[in-house]
Ligand binder design. Structure first.
Ligand code: ADP
Ligand code: NI
Length: 213
C-alpha cells in the first residue's frame, strides 16, 4: 500500500511540478494531508482517500487534450502500478466526479469521494485560499480589486480571460459559497474556520482600501 502511495506521490510531482497556476505539487500535498485528517475523523478508507487525493488533478483538462484523455492516463497508471481493481474503480469514480466541470452536479456517492472533495474545496478557502486566489489572479492578469466591477456577479470564463473580474470578486463569486457545499461533518468544521478567516481578511481589506485603517 505504502509503495503505491509513494509512487503516486512521485507521479504527481513529475506531472504537476511547481508551476504557479494553482495546481502545483504543494496543492496536492495539502489536499492529501487534509484528506487523511478528514478520513480519520469520518472513518473513511485512508488508502483510497490518499490515493485519490494524490491523483485528483492529473486528469485535469488543462493538462490533457480532454477530460477523457486525462482519465485514461490515470487508469493506465493504476493498472501499471498493480492497484487492486476495486480500488481503481473507486479512485477513478472520485476523480471523474471531481474534475468534471460541465453540467455535472459533482455529487459524490461514496464517503471517500466526499472526503477528497471536501479536502480539495478546503484548499481553496482560508489563508491558503486567499494566497492561491491572488497568485492565480496574477497568473491570468486580473486586478486585486476594482470597485466598479460588480461584486457577487456571475461571470463566464471568457469574461475572466478578458480581465473583467478581480481577485476580490472571486471570493463572492465562489469562495464564500464553498462553506455551505461541504459534505462531511469534520469538513464543515474546518470550512467554518477558514470561512471566518476570509471574512476577516475582506473586512480589513475594504477598510484599508478606503484609508480607514
Ligand atoms: P480547482 O480545480 O481545485 O477548483 P481551479 O483551477 O478552479 O481549482 O483554481 C485553482 C485556484 O485558483 C483556486 O484556489 C481558485 O480559487 C483560484 N481561482 C480559480 N479561478 C479564479 C479566478 N477567476 N480568480 C481568482 N482566483 C481563481
Ligand atoms: Ni485540486
Amino acid at each position: 500500500m505504502n509503495k503505491i502511495l509513494e509512487a503516486a506521490e512521485n507521479y504527481a510531482k513529475a506531472v504537476l511540478g511547481y508551476e504557479g497556476s494553482g495546481h502545483d505539487w504543494w496543492h496536492i500535498y495539502r489536499v492529501n494531508k487534509l484528506a487523511c485528517s478528514i478520513a480519520r475523523e469520518e472513518g473513511a478508507n485512508l488508502f483510497i482517500c490518499s490515493l485519490a487525493a494524490l491523483l485528483h488533478d492529473i486528469a485535469d483538462e488543462k493538462l490533457n487534450g480532454s477530460e477523457e484523455e486525462g482519465l485514461q492516463k490515470v487508469e493506465r497508471w493504476l493498472k501499471e502500478n498493480d492497484v487492486p481493481a476495486h480500488v481503481s474503480t473507486e479512485v477513478l469514480n472520485i476523480i471523474s466526479t471531481m474534475s468534471y466541470k460541465g453540467g455535472n452536479t459533482g455529487l459524490m456517492s461514496s464517503l471517500e469521494g466526499k472526503v477528497v472533495q471536501d479536502a480539495d474545496r478546503l484548499d481553496a478557502i482560508g489563508a491558503i485560499g486567499i494566497a492561491r486566489t491572488f497568485v492565480y489572479s496574477g497568473h491570468i492578469g486580473q486586478l486585486i480589486y476594482d470597485p466598479d466591477i460588480m461584486v457577487r456577479s456571475s461571470m463566464t470564463k471568457d469574461e475572466y480571460r478578458n480581465g473583467t473580474s478581480t481577485a476580490v470578486n472571486h471570493f463572492y463569486e465562489k469562495l464564500l459559497k464553498l462553506k455551505s457545499r461541504m459534505n462531511t461533518e469534520y469538513g464543515k468544521k474546518l470550512a467554518a474556520r477558514r470561512h471566518e478567516e476570509m471574512e476577516h481578511f475582506l473586512g480589513v481589506f475594504f477598510e484599508e482600501w478606503e484609508g480607514r485603517r
